[in-house]
Design a protein around this ligand. Sequence first.
Ligand SMILES: NC(=O)C1=CN([C@@H]2O[C@H](COP(=O)(O)OP(=O)(O)OC[C@H]3O[C@@H](n4cnc5c(N)ncnc54)[C@H](O)[C@@H]3O)[C@@H](O)[C@H]2O)C=CC1
Ligand SMILES: O=CCc1c[nH]c2ccccc12
Length: 298
Amino acid sequence: MSSVSFTLNDGTIVPGIGFGTGTALFGKDCAGQVKQAIDAGFVHLDGAQAYNNEESLSEGIKLSGKPRSELFIVTKLRPGALAEHVKPAFDASLKKLGVDFVDLFLVHCPIAMKAGDPQPDLPEVWHEVEAIHAQGLAKSIGVSNFRIPHLQAILPTAKVIPSVNQLEIHPYVWKTVEPIVKFGVENGNITAASYGGLTPIVRAAGGPLDPVLATVAERLTKEFGKPVSTGQVLSKWVLQKKIILVTTSSKEERLREYLQTAELPDLTEAEIAEIDTVGAKLHKRVFMKHVFDDTDPQ
Ligand SMILES: NC(=O)C1=CN([C@@H]2O[C@H](COP(=O)(O)OP(=O)(O)OC[C@H]3O[C@@H](n4cnc5c(N)ncnc54)[C@H](O)[C@@H]3O)[C@@H](O)[C@H]2O)C=CC1
Ligand SMILES: O=CCc1c[nH]c2ccccc12
């Protein structure tokens, strides 16, 4: 089990490293991989209506034999859903997931995926999500891919402040995402969650961070007495910023490596600062470009 956890603004304790069922598992039967992740020690499972695999997420949980009470199950409202869609879509998720509540329900995306589609009214959507929370059907509620204006749209009328904002977070977007994370912390202690955290080694290898990550991994390897990978350095970078890490893998060895991150010695402040500074030399966003690219530097 991941030994790192975070306390949300509603008092809920979240296992700090989550297993995701999107990206590579999008639209696929994820039962076997969910079981493998739970067997490896994951208890935080990140799903979404858009991933079109909530039934198999449920199947994986059943196969694992892990009691519901030991799991932290997340799902997300499908992008583009309007206020009137929230409750029926949420009820469908509960049914597919085979549970009577989720631990965290996120609004996946603040705007429609395609230009020309009707735009959700964010305060109205949020009120519907709050109603689900009030009924105890989602223990915590939050958002994903919300920039500052999207948070500003819902906060004035919110009865419940979002507990989480799940965002693409790694050093190659940190310069543009840090203000959103900071705004969340300062406006209701909204905890950030990172997806795409391994981008510098998985999707942007050859970038300016490569030698920095290698040097830090080498230092940690010596201190830890066992091999520490550059992926673990990135995961540690996320967790030390008090950000939840959502990652994924089909490989059992990598799953164990992710969870082991929590036990590694800390990066020094100087190492974190160097990763921030060198990371700022390259801008590489992979996901949700339609929400973010209008403000990002090129
Ligand atoms: N809210 C949102 O809009 C989004 C949420 N997500 C969530 O986050 C989860 C994780 O997303 P990712 O971005 O895929 O996570 P990630 O950036 O941690 O990448 C995971 C991938 O990296 C590979 N990998 C790990 N170490 C490696 C190494 N040393 N060399 C080569 N490959 C390596 C893994 O096998 C896996 O395919 C998703 O499954 C989903 O649940 C993902 C994207 C958007
Ligand atoms: O959650 C992010 C990744 C993702 C994969 N497929 C879809 C479909 C719609 C929104 C997001 C995603």
